[in-house]
Ligand binder design. Structure first.
Ligand code: 13P
Length: 279
C-alpha cells in the first residue's frame, strides 16, 4: 500500500515537529476545538442556510463534520463564507480502496477538502460493531491519508454504574493507539450515557475523567501527551459550554444536537473563544 508523497511529507513534518517541540509542549497552550458532528442530519438547503448564519471565531479551531454526501458542498460553502472553519468526515474505511460497497476511503475524504475524521464514535461501535482493533486500523489509515483522527472513547451507563469507567477508557485508548507513534490526533471523551440524553457530565466529572485520560496518554507517549487536545462530548450545549471551557484538561467539545443550529453553535464557539483569551 503506497502512501501519497503529500501525506508522506505531512506525516514526516508532523513527526519531526512533534519530536523537536516535544519539550516545549509543556509550556504551549493546547489547541482548542469546537467540532460539530451532524450525524445523519441536514440536507443541502439546510447546510447552505447554516453557513449564511454562522459567525465562527479565529480564536478556536472550528470544524464541521457533515454527512458524507454533504462534504463537497460544505467545502464550497466554507470557502464562500471566508470563515476559518475546517471540514471533517464522520467515518473512514481502513483500506486504501476496493470492493467495499457504501464505504468512504481516506483519500476520498481529503479529495473533497476534509482535514479531520471522526473515528470510533459510540454509535458506530454500537450499530456497526466497530471494536478497538478496527478503530486502530482506521486511525492508521486516517494518518496515512493526511487526516487528523478525532478518536472517540466513552463508557456506557452500565459500565459507569459498575465503576468500570477507567478500565474501559484505558482499554479503548491503548487499543486505538496501538503502533501509533505520532501525537497528531484528537481524543474525544464521550460518555455514552450523556449522548443525546440531555444528561451531560458535570464539568467537574468531565475534568476528572480527562485528567485520567491524559495520565494514560502520558504513560503511552510521555510529555507529548501535554499537547494532545482532549474534547468532551455528550449533550454539550450553549448553556454548559462555558463551564467546560474553564476546565484545564477540557480542550474543546464535540457537539451533536446543539451543533445543528448555527446561532446555538456560535454561542458554544464563543464560550471557548473567551476561555482561550482568558487562559
Ligand atoms: P449530542 O451532543 O447530541 O449529545 O451528541 C454528542 C455526540 O455524539 C457528538 O459526537
Amino acid at each position: 500500500m503506497e502512501q501519497s508523497i503529500e501525506s508522506y511529507i505531512k506525516n514526516l513534518v508532523r513527526d519531526v515537529i512533534g519530536q523537536n517541540l516535544g519539550g516545549l509542549e509543556l509550556q504551549c497552550d493546547r489547541q482548542t476545538y469546537v467540532i460539530a458532528n451532524w450525524k445523519m442530519n441536514k440536507d443541502l438547503n439546510e447546510t447552505a442556510e447554516f453557513f449564511q448564519k454562522i459567525n465562527s471565531s479565529h480564536d478556536v479551531s472550528v470544524v464541521i463534520c457533515p454527512p458524507t454526501q454533504l462534504l463537497y458542498p460544505t467545502q464550497l460553502f466554507i470557502k464562500q463564507s471566508g470563515k476559518p472553519i475546517g471540514l471533517g468526515g464522520q467515518n473512514v474505511h481502513w483500506a486504501d480502496k476496493g470492493a467495499y460497497t457504501g464505504e468512504t476511503s481516506g483519500s476520498m475524504l481529503t479529495d473533497v477538502g476534509s482535514e479531520y475524521v471522526i473515528i470510533g464514535h459510540s454509535e458506530r461501535r454500537q450499530y456497526s460493531f466497530e471494536d478497538d482493533e478496527l478503530v486502530n486500523k482506521k486511525v492508521q489509515q486516517a494518518l496515512k491519508s493526511g487526516l487528523t483522527p478525532i478518536i472517540c472513547i466513552g463508557e456506557t451507563l452500565g459500565q459507569k454504574s459498575a465503576m468500570q469507567t477507567e478500565q474501559v477508557l484505558s482499554k479503548q485508548i491503548i487499543g486505538a493507539l496501538k503502533d501509533i507513534d505520532t501525537a497528531h490526533f484528537i481524543l474525544a471523551y464521550e460518555p455514552v450515557w450523556a449522548i443525546g440524553t440531555g444528561q451531560s457530565a458535570t464539568a467537574e466529572l468531565a475534568q476528572e475523567t480527562h485528567a485520567y485520560i491524559r495520565s494514560i496518554l502520558r504513560q503511552l507517549m510521555g510529555q507529548k501527551a501535554e499537547g494532545i487536545s482532549i474534547l468532551y462530548g455528550g449533550s454539550a450545549n450553549e448553556r454548559n459550554a462555558a463551564e467546560y471551557s474553564a476546565m484545564p484538561d477540557i480542550d474543546g467539545v464535540l457537539v451533536g444536537g446543539a451543533s445543528l443550529n448555527a446561532h446555538v453553535f456560535d454561542v458554544i464557539i464563543n464560550a471557548f473563544a473567551k476561555g482561550e483569551q482568558n487562559s
